[in-house]
Structures are given as structure tokens and as C-alpha cells.
Write a protein that binds this ligand. Structure first.
Ligand code: FAD
Length: 397
């Protein structure tokens, strides 16, 4: 597909040339030249007052006859026999989408001796589990995992395939998309459907988070996307823990790949991981110095939670990057999020939007964080936080 240009309408004003973010348009004498690299972003169409430029009509959903009948699939990421929380979150989202399309939900479980995880996947929303057990899948190695998921998807034909944008998902899902010759949208924060054309509308931040882009995969299947952990909610009411387990014998794992699993190095984690914490106490530039994070650690410890931070606090060197929450940090979904000395910039809010209850402490009553807070405490954090800690300790005693 390429940009549609009507030479007879063009006034050679040059507005499109200036508007093109990729520099592929130029005026050559009396005519507009469209070079290689046009992404059909539409910036030129918007500024063309003479209506000499137009985008081609999106084609139908698939050049293949019929929609694949496999329904909506979720890659059930597991490590050492434990399912990644994002797999259960995505099954909740898949159930919601499946209800609109009237299709089943399936989970794909790869590993060695992992069949015991199937009931958990059924409870999280799967109707069916495609199970491939093989010694080559015991530990995550990109090649075998990509080969296995590609083979299963090619054989059973999902209409939509979702996976977590975790280290594992980011490492091998692009290979699966390439193997299936389909598109992939990474790091989605929302999904919706165009039920008429059966298109998955895949929304993700773009251009540094300044716009939200909605991307479709109109011509190929499966429609593939990854989503960050913590963005979607698990089902509030678990399903019955029963369903169909389809054991898949793989033909693609016979040849040894170029990579071999050597060993796992455990990350040293002193505290509760942010993604799993039910309570997070996060600090921002308002804390003024690194040593004041000690106060937040005390409060987090009393509440059984973890400590988070804004990018401003991380950039100041007060706390390691692992604690950063937001668009370029972690996405979290705690039951309670306490924001201390945080203004509430959009990039920070992007990481906390799934929190159940937000308490904000800020001395500026106009701070944007108060717009998303369930409780706002306007005042000096150096008075409020110690008072809170003292009150909780008194209560405990
Ligand atoms: C591409 C891009 C990606 C980004 N990614 C992220 C990201 O992942 N995460 C992130 O957090 N930011 C991110 N940012 C940065 C973001 O735009 C903000 O700059 C940052 O979140 C601000 O951090 P802050 O709230 O700690 O600081 P500030 O905005 O400076 O806010 C400090 C707040 O503390 C309050 N305060 C000061 N003293 C006190 C006191 N004594 N008592 C009570 N309140 C007090 C002030 O009123 C103020 O509201 C990103 C920016 C860009 C451009």
C-alpha cells in the first residue's frame, strides 16, 4: 500500500514536505516526489489543504479465506513450575475480548513436567490448554521456545495471540511473529475490538509517551501483541479449574539449536519485587535527599510493602533504577499506592494506573497527583510521613 497522490490537485505549497516526520517527501521541480520509507503515518494528509494526498483504504482483515478458528491465545509463561502473574492477567483480558467475539480462550504452556499448572490456567480464564512438554523446554532458551510456539500456532490457528512483555516475552515473541509472518505490537497498555472487521485494536504509548497509538494487524493472523505485567486485571471471579488439555507432540525440537542452557543466576533481591507488592510507598523529588528514602522504607516495612520511586529520584541517584515506576520504569498494580512528594507527571501515572487505591502526600494543592488520588494529604511530607509511621506503630503496640 502506498500514499495516494493526485498531481492535478497539488498546489506545490510544500506543507506536506515540512510535515513529513520521515523526510521522504520532496519537491522536484513541478512535482512532488514520494521517496522510500513512507510509513503511511498521515501527517502529510492532515496538512494538505488542496486534498491532493490521501491514505489508501485499509484492506480487509485477511487475504486468507476465513478467520482462524483457534480463538484467543495467551502464552502461559512459567519459570521453575510457577506461572508468571502476567499470564494470569492476560487470561482475564482474553476472557473479556473472547466474550465480544464469541470465541474460546486458550493458554499455551511450554516446559518440562508443567502439566500441574493447567488447573490454574483454567481458573484464570482458559477454556483449553495446549501443553507441550519436552526436556528442551525445561529452561527458557529462545530458539526452542520460538520453534515450539510457532509450530503450535501454525497447527491450531489462533485468531489473536497475547504474551507478557517480560524478559522472556520480549526475547522470543518477535521470532514467533516473524515465523508466522504476521505483525506484533509490543508493550500494549489497552486492547479493544472492532467486532465488524474482527480487528484487535492494540494501544500503546508512542513518541516518548506523548501520544497513544492504536495499531491494527489487518491482513495477517494471528494478531499478536505483548503487554507489560500489571496493566491488565486478573478475573475477579475465578472460573472452574477444569477444561481441555491438548497435549502437543512437537516436531520442531529435534535438531539442536545454536544456544545451550548453562545455568540460572538468581538476582539478589533484598525486598519484595514491585510487580508483586500489594502495598507500594513511592517517593519523588520532594524527598530532597537520598537518606529520606529510609523513612519510606520504614513505612513500607510496617505495611508489608515495597518502595518505589519516580524517575526524578532515580536520576538524582537516591535509589536504584529497579525501583523506578512509570513509562520507562515498572508498571505496578498494588492494592495501595502511597505517593510521597510526587507531582504526578503523566509518565509516572502511566505506571500506576492499575492501582486500586492511591494516597498522595504533597505540599502543593495543585499537584496533578491529586487528580488521580483517592485520598490527598496536602502538607509537608516530613511531618506527615513520620506522624503516619508513629501512628501505625502506636496502633500495633
Ligand atoms: C520520555 C520520558 C519518560 C519518563 N519516564 C518516567 C517514568 O518512568 N517515571 C517517572 O516517574 N517519571 C518519568 N519521566 C519524568 C516525568 O516527566 C517527571 O519529570 C517525574 O515523574 C517527576 O518526578 P517527581 O514527581 O519526583 O518530581 P517533581 O515533578 O519535581 O515533583 C516533586 C513534588 O514534590 C512536592 N514536594 C516538594 N517538597 C515537598 C514536601 N516537603 N512535602 C510534600 N511535598 C513536597 C512538590 O510539590 C512536587 O509536586 C519521564 C519523562 C520523559 C520525558
Amino acid at each position: 500500500m502506498s500514499l495516494i497522490f493526485s498531481a492535478d490537485k497539488c498546489t506545490l505549497c510544500g506543507a506536506c514536505v515540512d510535515a513529513c516526520p520521515f523526510g521522504v517527501l520532496s519537491l522536484e521541480g513541478e512535482r512532488l516526489s514520494i521517496g522510500e520509507g513512507c510509513t503511511l503515518c498521515g501527517a502529510c494528509v492532515e496538512v494538505c489543504e488542496a486534498e491532493a494526498l490521501a491514505l489508501p483504504e485499509a484492506e480487509g482483515p485477511s487475504p486468507r479465506p476465513g478467520v482462524p478458528l483457534g480463538g484467543i491465545w495467551v502464552f502461559a509463561e512459567q519459570r521453575q513450575g510457577r506461572l508468571a502473574p502476567v499470564a494470569l492477567e492476560l487470561l482475564g483480558e482474553a476472557r473479556r475480548l473472547a466474550a465480544e467475539l464469541s470465541v474460546p480462550v486458550a493458554a499455551v504452556l511450554l516446559g518440562d513436567r508443567v502439566a500441574h499448572l493447567a488447573p490454574e490456567l483454567f481458573r484464570a480464564g482458559a477454556d483449553k490448554v495446549y501443553l507441550a512438554e519436552h526436556p528442551a523446554l525445561a529452561e527458557f532458551v529462545e530458539g526452542p521456545y520460538a520453534a515450539a510456539l510457532t509450530e503450535i500456532a501454525a497447527r491450531f490457528g489462533p485468531e489473536i495471540l497475547l504474551a507478557g512483555a517480560t524478559y522472556v516475552g520480549r526475547a522470543f515473541i518477535p521470532q514467533v511473529a516473524a515465523g508466522l509472518r504476521t505483525g506484533l505490537t509490543a508493550d500494549c497498555t489497552a486492547f479493544a475490538l472492532d467486532p465488524e472487521r474482527r480487528l484487535l485494536l492494540q494501544t500503546r504509548p508512542a513518541f516518548g509517551g506523548n501520544i497513544m497509538a492504536t495499531i491494527i494487524t489487518p491482513r495477517t493472523y494471528p494478531q499478536m501483541a505483548t503487554a507489560r505485567p500489571g496493566v491488565f486485571k486478573r478475573l475477579a471471579d475465578p472460573c472452574p479449574g477444569e477444561g481441555e488439555v491438548v497435549r502437543v507432540e512437537l516436531g520442531s525440537l529435534t535438531a539442536a539449536g545454536p544456544c545451550t542452557f548453562v545455568g540460572t543466576v538468581e538476582e539478589i533481591r533484598e525486598r519484595l519485587p514491585l510487580a508483586e507488592a500489594e502495598v507500594i510507598v513511592a517517593g519523588g523529588r520532594g524527598l530532597k535527599e537520598a537518606k529520606h528514602f529510609r523513612m519510606l522504607e520504614d513505612l513500607a516495612e510496617l505495611l508489608g510493602g515495597a518502595v518505589g520511586a519516580t524517575r526524578a529520584a532515580v536520576d538524582a541517584g537516591w535509589i536504584p533504577y529497579a525501583h523506578q515506576i512509570g513509562q520507562t520504569g515498572k508498571t505496578v498494580a498494588p492494592k495501595l499506592y502511597i505517593a510521597v512528594g510526587i507531582s504526578g507527571a503523566i509518565q509516572h501515572l502511566a505506571g500506576i494506573q492499575s492501582s486500586d487505591f492511591i494516597v498522595a502526600i504533597n505540599k502543593d494543592p495543585e499537584a496533578p497527583i491529586f487528580k488521580v488520588a483517592d485520598i490527598g494529604l496536602v502538607g509537608d511530607l516530613f511531618e506527615i510521613v513520620p506522624a503516619l509511621i508513629a501512628a501505625i506503630r502506636r496502633e500495633r503496640e
